[in-house]
Design a protein around this ligand. Structure first.
Ligand SMILES: [Zn+2]
Ligand SMILES: [Zn+2]
Ligand SMILES: [Zn+2]
Length: 495
């Protein structure tokens, strides 16, 4: 058939050429597998199984998109297949983001790269990047690799027209909630799906296709300013279907689901959530939301001409958050909370401390029972209300982005063992600390949340999951105000 799946628009092609496409995809898949292993698929039975599951996934996708023939979604086949988990995302270099360095002739001489999450932080506009003892200030979104017939004077323009790179997202402005997800184009949703408040804000999200230095050049170190911006933790916004939830024997308030190829959204919202200004033509990028910044700071294109000259641009500034989705397998533990007995107000200190501490301790316990490094698995948590008045604390564990080795999936069916190990770990700090220390829960990787860590709160949440017991019922407002006192009373055995 000879199609280029990276360029072909997905929906119309997929729907009309479904059968031919199946064959083409299988061919691509087999050659990929051969490339990756170097020896091809030795075991015929494994090949058959893979083929069957691939065909099944395509079949599902076909029924999902059959009714969308006239959709204006112009994403490529490749992007759709990766997004839908038909191709494993790690087989393709599209989630590796490069920082482009030019030589005196304007050619790319070096291109160090990072995963999306690291690039969003280390290559963020305004950050200093040192490559081979030369210092650069990141100042542009640029790629030489995926050049979709872009013109030299508007290298960024095609990407701004491509929904795979530039789209609207919604972010909950309630600081105690922080839900975020891709905006549904058909509905203008105002209410947050997790905290149920009318707090959703729409923002533009640009997925960087690569980075380049300010004005395409290095800077003298003395002049280099360094604007640090933080990247949000990967956030999971989907909710498993009821039939996907599995109960855990002996735990009355706990269920779990294993999910494959799930999207986690990562954002760099810039300083004070002001985002970045990016030129829609050349991709020049600067932190903040000042539309005149390109002129005030004499910013040129982030790439050089064919002769190695710096070039001006008539810049069309666009304010964006930088970010994107990564796909990962995950296991989600859902803890049902009784609002009459536990204060579920997201501002409540106890519920946040307990959920955060349990999330961290589950990672440590998982690494113990799987015998892997604890930074191979990561965690997140969220507090979610439903319209029927039930509140859930969801804790999800996923493979850290660099490994993608399927560790979190192997925790399926081991929930009891995992929670037993977690309890053991929380109960036995070698330093018998008061809340958390470097001998139990604290480590380099979770330093952003050190203040929230409290092994006793995590233990109480486990008790709640398993037995439905709150250590001692308290009138709800007091869980917030008197929690430290309550905790010390419990520990001293006076309650
Ligand atoms: Zn919210
Ligand atoms: Zn420009
Ligand atoms: Zn400790």
């Amino acid at each position: 058939m000879g199609i280029d799946i990276a360029k072909e628009a997905f929906t119309p092609f997929f729907v009309t050429h479904y059968k031919e496409l199946m064959k083409e995809v299988l061919r691509t898949f087999v050659s990929l597998t051969q490339e990756e292993s170097g020896i091809g698929l030795v075991e015929e039975t494994i090949a058959e199984e893979l083929k069957d599951s691939l065909l099944q996934k395509l079949e599902d996708l076909h029924s999902k998109y059959r009714n969308h023939e006239n959709s204006d979604d112009d994403r490529s086949l490749l992007d759709t297949f990766v997004d839908e988990g038909i191709f494993p995302s790690y087989s393709f270099p599209r989630d590796v983001i490069g920082f482009h360095i030019f030589d005196v002739k304007g050619n790319i001489s070096q291109r160090p790269d990072r995963s999306l999450e690291m690039a969003l932080s280390e290559y963020a506009p305004g950050r200093t990047v040192v490559v081979n003892k030369n210092t650069y200030v990141s100042g542009g979104i640029f790629s030489s690799i995926i050049n979709r017939s872009a013109r030299m004077d508007s290298m960024a323009e095609p990407y701004f027209k491509d929904r795979a790179f530039f789209k609207e997202i919604q972010v909950c402005s309630n600081p105690a909630c922080n839900w975020m997800g891709i905006k549904n184009q058909k509905k203008d949703e105002k209410f947050c799906p997790f905290c149920l408040n009318e707090t959703l804000v729409t923002a533009n999200c640009l997925k960087p296709w690569g980075f380049a230095p300010k004005n395409g050049q290095s800077v003298r170190v003395i002049k280099a300013e360094n604007d640090y911006t933080e990247v949000t933790k990967p956030a999971y916004s989907l909710t498993p279907r009821e039939e996907e939830m599995k109960v855990v024997e002996g735990s009355i308030n706990l269920r779990y689901a294993r999910k494959i190829s799930q999207p986690l959204l990562i954002l760099n919202k810039g300083q004070n959530d002001k985002g970045f200004m990016v030129c829609r033509l050349c991709g020049a990028a600067v932190p903040g939301d000042d539309p005149d910044v390109f002129y005030k700071k004499h910013i040129l294109r982030p790439y050089l001409s064919k002769n190695g000259n710096i070039i001006p641009c008539r810049h069309i500034p666009q304010n964006v958050f930088l970010g994107g989705e990564i796909l990962t397998d995950l296991i989600l533990y859902e803890i049902k909370i009784e609002e009459e007995r536990i204060n579920t107000d997201p501002e409540n200190l106890w519920i946040n401390r307990a959920a955060q501490s349990l999330a961290e301790s589950l990672v440590l316990a998982a690494s113990r029972i799987l015998d892997i490094e604890f930074n191979e698995i990561r965690s997140g948590f969220r507090i979610r209300r439903t319209n029927s008045g039930v509140t859930f604390v969801d804790i999800y564990l996923f493979d850290s982005l660099t490994s993608g080795a399927g560790y979190s999936s192997s925790l399926e069916n081991r929930t009891k063992e995992l929670f037993a190990e977690t309890k053991q770990l929380l109960n036995s700090c070698p330093s018998s600390c008061e809340s958390a220390c470097h001998d139990c829960l604290k480590n380099y990787w979770n330093q952003q949340v050190h203040d929230l860590l409290d092994r006793f709160a995590a233990l109480q949440l486990i008790d709640w999951c398993q037995k439905g017991e709150v250590a001692k019922d308290l009138p709800m407002p007091e869980q917030k105000n008197f929690w430290p006192l309550w905790k010390s009373l419990i520990r001293d055995g006076r309650l």
